[in-house]
Design a protein around this ligand. Structure first.
Ligand code: RTP
Ligand code: MG
Length: 143
C-alpha cells in the first residue's frame, strides 16, 4: 500500500502530564513517521473551527473549553495505512472502552479528556492537516 498521512493532536491533558515523548515513541513503534510537528495553544475560534462538525452536539462547549485549556502538540504522521493504524493505537474515544495498551487506555482519564485526537478518514486527514500546516511545513522522508 502507498504511504498515507494522518493528523494527530496530543491534547492538553496529555501535554500537562508530560507524556509527549512517550506518545511520540508509540507513533514510531507503530511505524508512523512524524513529518510535521508544532506546539500551539488553540484560540476559541481555532478550536471551534476544527471541531465544527460537532457544533450541534451537547458536548461541544465542554470540548472547546478543554481543547483551549492548555497547549497541544499537533503533528502529521506518515506511514502505510496511517489513518487506521493511528486509530488503532489511540483506542476507543471512551478510555473505559479502550483496549489495553492503547494510548487512551494508558493516558486518558475520561471521554471528555481523552489524551489524543486522530483523523477518522483520509478525507478528514487532508482537511485537518491543511487546517494547521502549510505544504512547506511538512517534511516527508528523503532517505
Ligand atoms: P477525536 O476526534 O478527538 O480523535 O475523537 P473521536 O474521533 O474518537 O471522537 P469524536 O466522535 O470525533 O468526538 C470528538 C471528541 O469529542 C469528545 N466527546 N465527548 N461526552 C461525549 O459523549 C463525547 N463524545 C465525544 C471527545 O473528547 C472526543 O475525542
Ligand atoms: Mg473524531
Amino acid at each position: 500500500m502507498a504511504l498515507e498521512r494522518t493528523f494527530s493532536i496530543i491534547k492538553p491533558d496529555a501535554v500537562a502530564k508530560n507524556v509527549i515523548g512517550a506518545i511520540y515513541n508509540r507513533f514510531e513503534s507503530a511505524k508512523l513517521r512524524i513529518v510535521a510537528s508544532k506546539m500551539v495553544h488553540l484560540s476559541k475560534e481555532q478550536a471551534e473551527g476544527f471541531y465544527a462538525e460537532h457544533s450541534e452536539r451537547p458536548f461541544f462547549n465542554a470540548l472547546v473549553s478543554f481543547m483551549t485549556s492548555g497547549p497541544v502538540m499537533v503533528q502529521v504522521l506518515e506511514g502505510e495505512n496511517a489513518v487506521l493504524r493511528h486509530r488503532e493505537i489511540m483506542g476507543a474515544t471512551n478510555p473505559a472502552e479502550a483496549l489495553a495498551g492503547t494510548l487512551r487506555a494508558d493516558y486518558a482519564a475520561s471521554i471528555d479528556e481523552n489524551a489524543v485526537h486522530g483523523s477518522d478518514a483520509a478525507e478528514s486527514a487532508a482537511r485537518e492537516i491543511a487546517y494547521f500546516f502549510s505544504d512547506e511545513e511538512i517534511c516527508p522522508r528523503t532517505r
